[in-house]
Write a protein that binds this ligand. Structure first.
Ligand code: MRU
Length: 340
């Protein structure tokens, strides 16, 4: 187990769903109790629950909540549509919803509710098992690296289980306690500063926080042995979409000749999307840029751009670590082989 003291972000008791409201961290641990697909979708839209694998798991339970209350194909379809539309970029969301939709449809109206709940539980369990494999093989790949830079949040909060990129760092630190993390704050919503730092502190792993704009310079100065990040969608050719700022880290790592590693479950891979150019990048409200937390940091009506993700081309990715194996180099053939 890579991540001791990992925090659960989602609790399902067989009938009710509880989501840790990640907007309140690290100041307070507030739990939400959504009781419909629409309420789960709302939690996903506002980033109360976030991270590609975790929004898939939450959405799976969201479908189960609605068909438990009112079994029927109409309910199933409405719930599935609502949840799939909540955020566009992470592949895991529609993947998980479609798994539950298929299981519920095949079960028929009288068994639909239990089939949906069972499928959501299976998704959660399989996802957790996947993170353990990813943590171990990512740590094997990066053996010897002691100063790991990471971006956004990829720990248990974002993924369930022990985390993906952060799970790898936790496993490296378990093997060698001198391993530490350099954490990019991840503007505008500060998932690195608020969530990754909170998780690393709980896991007792050494870490330092930096502003995003310091990352390239620290890499250039030789202060980083490798960069490891999570992923929201992998295209068939190995291009990856992840939290905005990832592409810059990949360029800097490449220029410095250090590994740039991407870790994520197979459910983040979308073979139907040929390349990164076709990945839809979520544009969020400009107010997230105008404010730092609740403080306005510019003129109130300043026009903003707020893409939540960017695309890193496959040739800049040293390796893609999944529970299906490691793609290295990352290209159409090696990505396809992960499923065989
Ligand atoms: O907008 P968020 O907070 O959902 O973005 C999360 C990320 O970009 C993560 O790096 C990604 O989902 C991978 S989660 C292991």
């Amino acid at each position: 187990m890579a991540a001791a003291n990992a925090a659960a972000a989602l609790i399902w008791d067989g009938a009710k769903l509880a989501l840790l409201d990640q907007r309140s961290l690290p100041d307070a641990e507030v739990w939400l109790s959504p009781d419909s697909a629409e309420e789960v979708a709302q939690a996903i839209r506002c980033l109360a629950v976030r991270g590609a694998p975790m929004i898939g798991i939450a959405a799976a339970y969201g479908v189960a909540l609605d068909v438990t209350r009112e079994p029927g194909l109409g309910t199933l379809e409405r719930a599935a549509q609502t949840l799939c539309n909540a955020r566009p970029t992470a592949a895991n969301l529609a993947w998980a919803v479609n798994r539950v939709r298929t299981a519920a449809t095949l079960a028929g109206p009288s068994q639909m509710a239990s089939a949906a709940r069972g499928e959501a539980e299976a998704i959660e369990a399989q996802n957790s098992a996947a993170t353990e494999i990813i943590a171990a093989s990512g740590a094997d790949l990066l053996a010897g690296a002691r100063r790991l830079m990471t971006h956004c949040n990829t720990g248990p909060l974002a993924t369930g289980g022990c985390g993906t990129a952060l799970g790898v760092i936790a496993e490296l630190a378990r093997r060698d306690p001198s391993v530490g993390a350099l954490v990019c704050e991840s503007r505008p919503l500060l998932q690195g500063a608020r969530l990754t730092v909170w998780e690393l502190r709980r896991m007792k792993i050494a870490h330092e926080l930096l502003v995003d704009s310091a990352a390239a310079g620290l890499i250039q100065r030789g202060e980083v042995d490798g960069v490891i990040v999570g992923v929201d969608r992998v295209a068939a050719n190995g291009d990856i979409a992840n939290k905005v700022g990832t592409y810059g880290l990949a360029l800097a790592a490449n220029a410095a000749g250090i590994p740039f590693v991407v870790a994520g479950p197979l459910s983040s891979i979308d073979l139907a999307t040929p390349s990164g150019q076709e990945i839809e990048i979520e544009e969020r409200d400009g107010d997230e840029v105008r404010r730092f937390g609740s403080t306005l940091v510019t003129i109130a009506d300043t026009p903003c751009r707020n893409p939540a993700f960017d695309v890193t081309p496959a040739h800049l990715v040293t390796a893609l670590v999944t529970e299906g194996g490691v793609a290295k180099p990352v290209d159409t053939e090696s990505v396809a082989r992960l499923f065989s």
